[in-house]
Each structure stands twice: as C-alpha cells, then as structure tokens.
Write a protein that binds this ligand. Structure first.
Ligand SMILES: Nc1nc2c(ncn2[C@@H]2O[C@H](COP(=O)(O)OP(=O)(O)O)[C@@H](O)[C@H]2O)c(=O)[nH]1
Ligand SMILES: [Mg+2]
Length: 457
C-alpha cells in the first residue's frame, strides 16, 4: 500500500500541528525531510516509541528550513494503522502544517483520503468496522454521554455483543444442519427442543441490541426538544431561560416569534437541540402562517415536546386540540403564569405530565422541568457508560431479526422437513451479521463509512 500523509490537527492557529505519515516508506521520507539536531542519527535508525528534535527541511530547495519540529517514530505493527508511521509535530497555524505536508508529498507520500488512516487500521485488522465507526462518533461527540458511549464502542464492547449474535447464529445453523444426518431415523425430541430454545435465545439477544437504538440515536444526533403552544404562552421565555441568555425576543405582542429558532444545550451530560417555535394560531399574515407550518412540522419530528400554556386563561378547544394531538409518552405540559389569577380548566389535560410554574419568576428554577425531560427520555444520567447501536447497525439488525423470526416459526412446527428452510434463513442472517463488524464487506460499504471521516483520521 502506498505511503499516505495528512495534517491530523484542525486548521487554524494553535500551539502545534501534527502531520502524520503512514506506510512502508514513512521512515525513508522522514529521513529525507527531517534533519535532527544530532546529525549522526536518522529517523529510520530510531526504535519504536522514540522521538527526535530538529528541523523539517526541503531537500529539493537547497535544504531550506520549513519548520522546527519533533518527529515521533512508530514501527509496524505498533501504530494506528499497523504500518510504519511518523508524526511530525511542527508549529501550529495553517502555513507551517501545509508546508510540512507539501514537503512530505514532494518526497514520496500521497495525500490521504478522508478516514484513510482508520480504514487502514480496519483493513490491517487492528480494529473492526464497529470500532472504526466509534472513532468518528468520538470525534463528533458533543456531550459527555455521547463520548462515553463512543469510547465503550471503541473498546470493543459493542463488537462483543455483535460477535455473540454472530457466533450464536452460527451455532444454531450448524446444529440444525447436523440433524440432516438423521434422515434414516427419527430425530430425538430433545434435539428439536434444544434447537427451538437456541433460536429463541439469539432472537432475544438481537432484540436487546435493537432496543439500544433509541438511546444511540438521541446521543449521536442530540435530542430534538421542541417548545410549542399558543402565542403569548411564554414559550420564548422558557427557551431563553433554558439557554441562560436572551436569545429569542420576548414581548407581550402575540406573534412575536415567527420562525423556529434552534440552539444547542447540554442537560445532565446529554446534548439537546432546543427549538422555539411560532405560536400556533390562524393568521392572515403569510409570514406568520409559514412560521406556524414550520412549528407543526418540527413538533412532528420532536423527541420531546414541551407545550406551554397560559394558566390565567380559561383554555379553549384550540388548546385541547393541540394537546390531544401530542404523544403522551413524549410530551410535557407547562401550565405557566401561576402568579396570575388561575382560570385554566385542567380537565382538558387528561393524564399528561404537567408542571405548574411561573417562568418569569426568578425564584422558580427549571430543575423540575429538566428532570421531567430526562426522566421522559429514559436515559439514566448516572448509568455506567455503555455502547449503543447506530442507524446502520439497526437497519441490519432488523433484517436479521426478521430472518430469525421466520426461522423460529419454521422450527416451532417441529417438522424435520422444514428445518432445511430454517437453516437457510439463519445462514442469510449470519451473512448480514458479518457485515456489521466487517467480517464480510463490500467496497461501497467502506467508501460510505470512511468518506464521512475527516482527513487525517
Ligand atoms: N405574569 C407572567 N407573565 C409571563 C410569564 N411568562 C411569560 N410571561 C410574559 O408573557 C409574555 C409573552 O411571553 P413570550 O415568552 O414572548 O411568549 P411566546 O409568545 O409564547 O413566546 C411576555 O410579556 C412575558 O414576559 C409568567 O410566568 N407570568
Ligand atoms: Mg415567542
């Protein structure tokens, strides 16, 4: 494989930048472009895990100095990609890093594609596909919980679960296929029951993994938390208080917020996309109508809805209709303005989670609202870090689940002639299970996964 190079640190000003070179010629290239202060030794003569201090020079430009730097030496197989690797640490900033990279390229390295180092780590067998995906999840993590889940996945804990499903599927399929030798004589009842049991077991394991998707989705994508309600209910007041600054305009003029406004916040280590919306009402103004239709569309997609209503008003059919349309397990009703005379008819709230408060009263903190949100999500903020599946994993696992289900129905017939079909379904499931961790893969799958990485990782 050709030797690749890329800047591994983000562009911009900083203390240092790191240029990574990996492949068979990494050390030769380092010899050409790096002159240690101690002239008697070259990078290629250094052992694994050592470093040299000196200068990056351009040998083609009369050995002009490019940067002052140190070079870290990794020898195969003890590196990120399992290949010989050098990391040059130069000064931060765009110019230095770019010049070092250019010098490496002029002296034999090829520019790395996005995710190419991690792809090599996978192809060279250091990590599986699920761990490779964890690298990207970790880089993209924007909350502690998301980072913890990614680290668990990188450590291989999620892969262990997938491998268990793979191995158990393999065992059942093999056991079923072993019964094909019984053609001459009757299959013992105990064997049939054993097969039924093991199919049920692997089905349950698959189901338990699929069930981690919701948490995985919430951690990876952030929880979409949408504040809605009638105009003037106090939505923007709540939005600003949750953010901790006056982001949305708050006035007593109904229809002030016209567009949806989104900001990111962290609650209990979980990342949220907090959205303020236009108050829902009929309006002749087409700008406001557009705002209302945007509000309705995002309410549909919300992971959690917060519906704010004014408790100093009696409430009406409109409010009842809004509330009735919300999913109970994903919605919290805020009865706001309890500092005023109370006129609201609470009977329209049915058995929703309701919090009564006054959002303009500084002494009322939002603790009960955020606690209700976290409880509703079903993510325990104090739980031990654990890995959770991604959408790619879920899509494959659902197909596997269907195949196991079909196999289960066939074995439950306790009819030997049907076992061959059950084995067929399970073999197909095994093939799919291999695609999750990359035991089997197509080039397009790798391209799809690694093209989403950054260059230098
Ligand atoms: N008395 C009282 N007024 C409130 C309370 N919460 C919000 N308001 C006021 O209600 C008006 C509308 O608030 P706003 O957040 O803009 O409502 P939105 O239209 O739902 O976004 C503003 O004048 C707020 O100061 C509350 O708890 N008590
Ligand atoms: Mg508003």
């Amino acid at each position: 494989m050709k030797t690749i190079a890329a800047i591994a640190t983000p562009p911009g000003q900083g203390g240092i930048s790191i240029i990574r070179i990996a492949g068979d010629e990494a050390l030769d290239i380092a010899d050409k472009i790096f002159k240690p202060i101690n002239r008697n030794i070259k990078p290629s003569q250094k052992e694994h895990g050592t470093f040299l201090y000196g200068h990056v020079i351009n040998p083609t430009l009369e050995a002009q100095t490019v940067d002052e730097a140190i070079v870290l030496i990794y020898r195969a197989p003890n590196s990120y990609t399992k290949e010989d690797t050098v990391e040059i640490q130069g000064h931060g900033g765009i110019v230095c890093a770019e010049r070092i990279l250019q010098t490496a390229i002029e002296n034999g390295a090829s520019p790395a594609a996005p995710g190419e180092f991690t792809k090599r780590a996978f192809l060279n067998g250091r990590i599986d596909l699920v761990q490779a995906e964890a690298v990207m999840d970790l880089i993209n993590a924007d909350s502690k919980k998301a980072a913890n889940a990614a680290i668990e996945q990188l450590d291989g804990h999620l892969s262990e679960n997938f491998n268990k499903v793979y191995d158990d599927l393999m065992d059942v399929a093999t056991n079923i296929e072993a019964t094909f030798d019984f053609v001459e004589h009757e299959l013992p009842e105990s064997v049939m029951l054993g097969i039924i049991k093991s199919v049920e077991k692997v089905k349950l394991e698959t189901k338990e993994l699929i069930d981690t998707w919701n948490e995985g989705h919430l951690l990876r994508d952030g929880v979409l938390l949408v504040i809605s309600g009638k105009p003037n209910a106090g939505k923007s007041t709540l939005f600003n208080r949750m953010l901790g600054f006056e982001r949305a305009i708050v006035t007593n003029v109904a229809g002030t917020t016209r567009d949806t406004i989104e900001e990111k916040i962290i609650i209990s280590g979980i990342s949220f996309r907090l959205v303020d919306t236009a108050g829902i009402r009929e309006s002749d103004c087409h700008i406001e109508q557009e705002g209302v239709s945007r509000a309705l569309s995002i309410i549909d997609r919300a992971d959690i809805n917060i519906y704010v209503t004014d408790s100093s008003e009696p409430g009406n059919q409109d409010i009842k209709d809004h509330i009735d349309a919300l999913p109970k397990d994903k919605s919290i009703i805020i009865l706001n303005k309890i500092d005023k005379k109370q006129l609201f008819d609470k009977s329209i709230l049915n058995d929703f989670v309701v919090i009564e408060t006054s959002l303009t009263a500084p002494e009322k903190n939002l603790g009960n609202i955020t606690a209700a949100i976290v409880t509703m999500l079903g993510i325990n903020p104090n739980s031990q870090p654990h890995a959770v599946i991604s959408s790619r994993h879920k899509n494959i696992l659902q197909k596997i689940f269907r195949l196991i289900n079909e196999a289960e129905e066939l074995v439950q017939l306790e009819d030997e002639s049907q076992l061959i079909f059950a084995a067929g379904q399970l073999r197909e499931a095994i093939e799919l299970a291999g695609e999750i961790t990359g035991k089997t893969y197509h080039k397009s799958l790798l391209d799809n996964i690694f093209s989403r990485f950054c260059i230098g990782k």
